[in-house]
Design a protein around this ligand. Sequence first.
Ligand code: FE2
Length: 340
Amino acid sequence: MASEFAEIISSNNMAPLWEVLRGLTPREPLQKVSPTFWRSNTIKENMKLACEFISAEDAERRVLVLENEQLRGKSLATNSLYAGIQMILPGEIAPSHRHTASALRLILSGEGGYTTVDGDKVFMSPGDFIITPTGVFHDHGAEGDEPVMWLDGLDVPVVQMLNCGFSADDPDHKQEVKYPADYSGTIFGNGLRPISPAPKRTYGTGSIFHYPYERTYKALTTMKAAGNFDPCDGIKMTFIDPTTGLSPILTMSAFMQLMPEGFRGQTFQETDGAVCCVVEGSVSVVINDEPFQFEQHDVFVLPSWSTRSYESPEGCILFSFSDKCLQEHLGFWQRRVVSN
Ligand SMILES: [Fe+2]
């Protein structure tokens, strides 16, 4: 009788909710991804091979996608985040294109690299945070004499889930620079906005797209000097669009975090999974009771709702990105401190 019932409803494209209910509405977030990590040396060695294998122009983007062990073949670092490592060699160009997915970047190594976003060109240095908002042309290049490497983060999984993505190549290949050097950073980054005429920048919701590390570092060390510590995170700052106070990308938040020497944080959980990269120093992280040690430029995944705690005898600066702002906007985001 039961199998007859199952067959009948199945033949009409129906299914019994009572058999899948708990899977659809779990009691708490499931551990769907693992704390996969990529060592700095492994990243460098594999990228060296990629440089021998293909040019940036032939590849369109020379990127090694960082895939979570639990989600191989899907180009996913977590359920909602794409991550990759990109490299450009001196003289190379990653041609101009645009897509619905927004991108963020943490520069890992090399001087002389640039990103042009909608005709605004900035040079990038290690530790700098750069964004490419939704739907605007962007190209990259290396005008110095050293390779430039960075961590990419995109909201591709969100765009895929909504099936709302477009993309296009720029016939100009390399954009014409339309603005004075560091145009948007010099104006909006200094807390100013032109009264009239209104700025012609129309990309995304944004104003600035380049956050130099020098300024981020100063903000973190000033917070440290003021003694403003969170018991779990140390000092964790989020990047904002100064004209809105919101994340400059509405689907992804990005953070720079300082743990002072001797830091020992409380154990906690958060509903946003994150991709993290050590910028300076080193950190011990216990994730779901498993200990890990990460050094400069190691990249690792913090699964959503995993228990985690940080310890850093020598001090650490940690970059991370997640879908926190999207979850907050939807009223989903939660944090729970597990222990002291
Ligand atoms: Fe792109």
